[in-house]
Design a protein around this ligand. Structure first.
Ligand code: PMP
Length: 393
């Protein structure tokens, strides 16, 4: 085994070598662990029977909504960023420190929960067009929430820029206790390192190294980069595919090597706010976390809101899975990749394995994504996977 430093400081993580028994039971585990940190990571990987049967490939999903602090993959990231900052002396528990973050929700929720457990306060800046479930939850977790108008990254009141400024102002203000720390999930590399040392090795171990494609969307890019960096050196033939929602510029970057010009990006960002109901993924800039693994991304798939809504309903009807928007986008892209494999190989993709991620629960998206997607109702879904993949945005 190769021992990787576990950036969530959760448990020892082992990446199986060539001749190793890669069963997850080889991961060290304590019978009784202490506190919510023990609920972070080691999430199940399950096969989606309906999508596997419909596409011919085996489609597996990593159930990241089962992380038990803030119920998303961001639990791993929050823990990793806090551990790094503590190691560097930037955060000291019970000194009165406050962690500031710009987030569309998930990272804020994970930070707020871990902050409570570690003796910090959380101050979250988020755009006011995100589902209210997330800001309500943040308030219940004791975070301070500042909701701001959606704005471009060049605007000083954009949610990430505002969080950075609030942290600086806190540290500079002698009347405030402790210090302000800007977590900075988009640029802080403790983000992708959490996925490189935990999510990626877990997927490798759970599949016994048998996987052909990993497909996932990118918000900060931490998941796609970290998992690609963990698994590609062990499996050079693995294809890493970006799932990109409408309105995002990353698809063009991967497919054609170009982002939009700043003016076009601005226009797209505005369309993005108006047009897409998918939260958490899709951006129009290259963050440090995306950049870290960008060279390992082989392809990209564009997913429309309509396809995401159809997939969300399909997952309820056929699998009993009630997921959020980004999870639905991931599954559409996984099905599209599976169908492409079948077409390219002139056969059904028997024996091929596609792995993706379920990020969060539909309960966090009731007022926005699921309001638009509607109820599944007694009639269930009346479309095939092929019709879903062919559906226009
Ligand atoms: N899904 C949801 C619900 C998210 O909030 C995010 C992150 N903002 C992602 C997916 C994307 O993950 P990453 O930041 O690792 O690219």
């Amino acid at each position: 085994y190769v021992r990787l430093e576990d950036h969530t400081r959760r448990k020892s993580v082992f990446v199986p070598g060539d001749d190793a028994d890669a069963s997850p039971s080889n991961l060290e585990s304590d019978a009784i662990a202490t506190g919510i940190e023990a609920l972070i990571g080691n999430t199940p990987l399950i096969k989606l029977k309906s999508l596997s049967e419909a596409t011919g490939c085996e489609i597996l999903v990593k159930c990241e909504y089962l992380n038990g602090a803030g119920n998303s993959p961001k639990d791993r990231v929050a823990l990793s960023m806090i551990n790094h900052a503590e190691e560097e002396g930037l955060l000291v528990p019970d000194r009165g420190d406050t962690i500031y973050e710009g987030t569309v929700g998930s990272t804020g929720i994970s930070l707020a929960a871990v902050c409570r457990a570690r003796g910090y306060k959380a101050y979250i800046c988020m755009p006011n067009d995100q589902a209210t479930e997330k800001s309500d939850l943040l308030l219940k977790l004791g975070a301070t929430v500042e909701r701001v108008l959606p704005a471009s990254i060049v605007d000083q009141n954009q949610f990430v820029n505002l969080a950075r400024r609030r942290a600086q102002d806190h540290t500079a203000d002698p009347s405030k206790p402790g210090r302000g720390f800007f977590a900075d999930q988009f640029e802080n590399t403790a983000n992708y390192l959490a996925h490189q040392t935990t999510t990626g090795p877990e997927i490798y171990a759970q599949t016994h190294g048998q996987l052909d494609v990993f497909v996932v969307g990118a918000g900060t890019g931490g998941t796609i980069s970290g998992v690609a960096l963990a698994i590609k050196p062990l499996l050079p033939d693995l294809k890493v595919v970006l799932a990109d929602p409408q309105g995002s510029g990353l698809y063009n970057k991967i497919k054609y090597g170009v982002m939009f010009s700043p003016t076009e990006a601005e226009g797209t960002r505005r369309r993005h706010q108006v047009d897409t109901i998918v939260e958490g993924i899709g951006v129009n800039r290259i963050t440090r976390n995306f950049e870290a693994g960008m060279h390992l991304i082989d392809d990209a798939v564009k997913v429309s809101d309509r396809q995401a809504m159809m997939m969300a309903r399909w997952l309820v009807e056929k699998e009993g899975l009630f997921v959020g928007a980004s999870s639905a986008v991931n599954c559409v892209a996984a099905a599209a990749v599976a169908r492409r494999i079948a077409v390219e190989e002139g056969q059904r993709g028997e024996g091929k394995r596609v792995v993706t991620v379920l990020c969060d629960s539909g309960a966090r998206h009731l007022s926005k994504f699921w309001k638009a997607a509607g109820d599944v109702g007694g009639a269930g879904v009346e479309f095939t996977v092929d019709e879903m993949l062919d559906a226009e945005g």
